[in-house]
Design a binder for this molecule. Structure first.
Ligand code: C2E
Ligand code: MG
Ligand code: MG
Length: 718
């Protein structure tokens, strides 16, 4: 049914062209009129369909595109009611939209589908406006065919869904606007659970953006800089399995200020690739049976060790280990049992070395252990390496249970030290191998050093160590006392110096056995004995008037001082002996003090609170700074004898000694010089303001009875 349209303007067919005004348009001025009068010719020339209909859905006007696109004649279309024209869904949709329009006015735009005369359906974008026309409320719909766009979108959607990479579009609030199937699969969700959700919630199961947790977030980078970014993230599945993903993000669109509004993130699951790589790495660098590093990895680590050793001047060592009689086990019990032993041995080896050391399997029954940072002194390094070798032998000592059968196993070990690049990796292997053969020749279950001189040194230390272990119980230790005096020879104190009176070796210097005792821990019982002996002496002197006023200095070694209960040990010894703590002075070296300054200060303060004093021994040979010195509760600096010895010889020693004395006095320390042998040295020290002296010029270290005799006169005559 065609409604009469009031005459307005005529188009070329002589038809009425609607003259329209929107309901809300209150500006019905003359200038607006010209704009709002639509020309039907103009309307017919657009590609969009234009409909004018009333509230009941009766068309008042349709343009050419409207009837042509749908396959009707103009009259046919005008005769159909809007609600009969399209699918019932569309009719329902338009009803609700129109209702909204009537309530709110203005216009609406929505997507829908239109049906053609032949039944074909075309996707459309509809914009509807409520307008006033001749005092009547009418609807003006402009309908655009969006088939092309929809086709492209669906093609893109299909393509995105068919790729293996996850694809999402994210807005500035990290909300996911679009996702493809692969992404949904990667995060283990349905597509509909993802859209509109923050990406951190979906992929990391957290409540705030992942960059706030310190993650390197590619999307955040894109929003901040506009630049693309690729990162690798580790995620965990609901079952706690790690999932490695590579995320690439780049900007999709920017606002007028150039700020990125939406970003694309492409997510590639690289878990399998990574597992393959890890597996390849494991196969290339680890022994499949024992899971120990293989020869190739060891070579690599050894190269690194050379570099580190050259830099730190620390010795390292390789231990070459071959199981004794392994072939017999293999031949009699079979390879499976042999394999069991190798796995067990590998486990035991790993347990006896430090985390930083490398235990590797070279093949067969051969293992190699790389030890680093042993010591900067060759002798100590030899001792430490042989200590590890002994620990290895001990660890193999207890029987192995191989498939229910007890088995005993020993090993022959060859050791070769290295320092920096003094030999090549292959030379080193050869030397260690040679040394291992020496062990086999020596009757197996043995340890040999490659270098005969090293071997001799080791044997000597071993013998010394065995003797040292006897020394305490055999009462071979004794203390000598070296007087400390003022410049005129008046005795103010003494230093207790350890002597080892060995039945065959004679009097052994502490310099020969204290470092060894430090390494093997014997310094702990020895040091304790020294303190006990010195304190008993002090207690005895308390009742001898000539001796009661002197201070006794006792050397404390690093390992002894570092014992957690050192303070308590000193307290116990003082109590047991009854010695006056104020008479006791502990000598610490600079290197000891600096190792763990906080622990040092705490212990020194606890001991000082008991009345004990401290002297810094060998001062000038270490690297303590003024600021460190100031925070130590010291009372005395002891100028190292090397400076005193070279007074008048070395060009700088006089200056060093003067500086130490001046600095010590400024900081309020008592300054004593040790190793004073000549009148010239004494003269210089006196002129420089030194407080006290110790050295052969006054007296050598002497037995207690001799010191007591000297104390009786109070002075030492020169
Ligand atoms: P030190 O604490 O610096 O002791 C001074 C050393 O210099 C002593 O050597 C002493 O005999 C020596 N000496 C003293 N006056 C002179 C001199 O005028 N000329 C020369 N050439 N030497 C002089 P000693 O007794 O052989 O002790 C050596 C080091 O052994 C000590 O150096 C100390 O570090 C350590 N030591 C000695 N007894 C003990 C001890 O009971 N416990 C600990 N942990 N270490 C000790
Ligand atoms: Mg000393
Ligand atoms: Mg000294």
């Amino acid at each position: 049914m065609k409604k009469d349209i009031p005459p307005a303007r005529r188009n070329s067919d002589g038809e009425a062209a609607p003259c329209l005004k929107t309901v809300k348009d209150t500006s019905a001025h003359g200038s607006m009129d010209a704009e709002s009068h639509l020309d039907a010719q103009l309307l017919d020339s657009t590609f969009d369909s234009v409909f004018l209909h009333d509230l009941e859905g009766n068309f008042l006007y349709v343009n050419e595109a409207a009837w042509k696109t749908r396959g009707y004649t103009k009259d046919e279309l005008l005769a159909i009611n809007l609600h009969a024209l399209d699918t019932p869904e569309y009719a329902r949709l338009i009803k609700t939209r129109i209702k909204a329009l009537l309530e709110n006015g203005g216009g609406v735009v929505f997507e829908s589908a239109h049906q053609c005369k032949d039944g074909a359906v075309i996707p459309v974008e509809v914009s509807v406006r409520l307008i006033e026309y001749s005092g009547q409320n009418l609807f003006l719909s402009v309908v655009r065919d969006i088939s092309q766009r929809k086709q492209t979108e669906s093609m893109v959607g299909n393509v995105l869904d068919s790729i293996d990479e996850g694809f999402i579009i994210i807005d500035r609030d990290f909300r996911i606007l679009t996702s493809n199937l692969a992404y949904a699969k990667n995060v283990g969700c349905h597509l509909k659970e993802i859209i509109g959700q923050p990406c951190y919630k979906i992929s990391h199961h957290i409540d705030k953006p992942c960059y706030l947790n310190g993650e390197d977030c590619a999307v955040k980078h894109v929003f901040d800089t506009g630049e693309p970014r690729t990162t690798i993230h580790t995620r965990y599945t609901a079952q706690g399995q790690p999932l490695y993903v590579e995320t690439k993000a780049f900007a999709l669109d920017k606002n007028d200020q150039g700020e990125v509004q939406t970003a694309i993130e492409i997510v590639v699951d690289i878990t399998q690739k990574k597992q393959l790589e890890d597996e390849r790495h494991r196969l290339a660098f680890f022994d499949p049976l024992t899971r120990l590093p293989n020869r190739r990895l060891l070579l690599d680590r050894l190269e690194q060790a050379f570099i580190a050793s050259a830099r730190s001047s620390q010795y390292g060592a390789v231990l070459f280990l071959d199981l004794d009689h392994f072939k017999t086990l293999n031949d009699t019990k079979g390879h499976d049992v042999g394999d069991l032993l190798l796995v067990e041995v590998a486990g035991r080896l790993r347990k006896v070395v430090r985390e930083v050391d490398t235990v590797s399997r070279q093949g067969g029954d051969e293992f190699m252990v790389l030890l680093q940072n042993l010591s900067d002194k060759e002798r100590s390094a030899i001792n430490l390496a042989s200590l590890v070798a002994k620990r290895i032998c001990a660890s193999l000592d207890s029987p192995f249970n191989l498939a229910g059968q007890e088995h005993h196993c020993t090993a022959s070990i060859g050791i070769c030290l290295f320092s920096g690049y003094d030999s090549t990796v292959h030379e080193l292997f050869k030397y260690a191998d040679t040394a291992m053969y020496e062990s086999k020749i020596a009757g197996r279950n043995a340890v040999r050093f490659f270098d005969p001189a090293m071997q001799a040194a080791l044997e000597e230390s071993s013998a010394l160590e065995a003797d040292l272990r006897q020394a305490l119980s055999a009462r071979q230790f004794t203390l000598y006392y070296q007087p400390q005096t003022e410049s005129d020879g008046r005795i103010i104190g003494a230093e207790a110096l350890l002597r080892w009176n060995h039945s065959n070796r004679g009097m052994v210097s502490p310099l020969a056995f204290i470092p060894l005792a430090e390494e093997n821990g014997l310094i702990l019982p020895i040091g304790r004995w020294v303190l006990e002996e010195a304190c008993e002496r002090l207690a005895a002197w308390a009742s001898i008037s000539a001796a009661s006023g002197i201070r006794l200095a006792v050397n404390v070694s690093a390992r002894q001082f570092r014992q957690p209960d050192f303070v308590m040990e000193v307290q116990e010894i003082l109590k047991a002996s009854g010695a006056d703590p104020a008479r006791l002075k502990l000598e610490l070296t600079e290197s000891l003090v600096l190792v763990d300054l906080a622990d040092t200060i705490a212990k020194m303060q606890a001991l000082k609170a008991m009345g004990i004093g401290f002297s810094m021994d060998d001062f000038g040979t270490g690297y303590s700074s003024l600021s460190q010195l100031k925070c130590l509760p010291l009372e005395q600096l002891k100028i190292d004898q090397s400076f005193v010895r070279d007074l008048g010889i070395g060009p700088h020693d006089a200056a060093i000694v003067e500086t130490i004395i001046a600095m010590g006095r400024t900081l309020g320390f008592h300054v004593i010089a040790e190793g004073v042998e000549t009148e010239e040295q004494l003269g210089f020290l006196v002129r420089s303001g030194c407080h006290a002296y110790q050295g052969y010029l006054f007296s050598r270290p002497v037995p207690a009875a001799e010191l007591e005799r000297l104390l009786a006169t109070g002075y030492i005559e020169r």
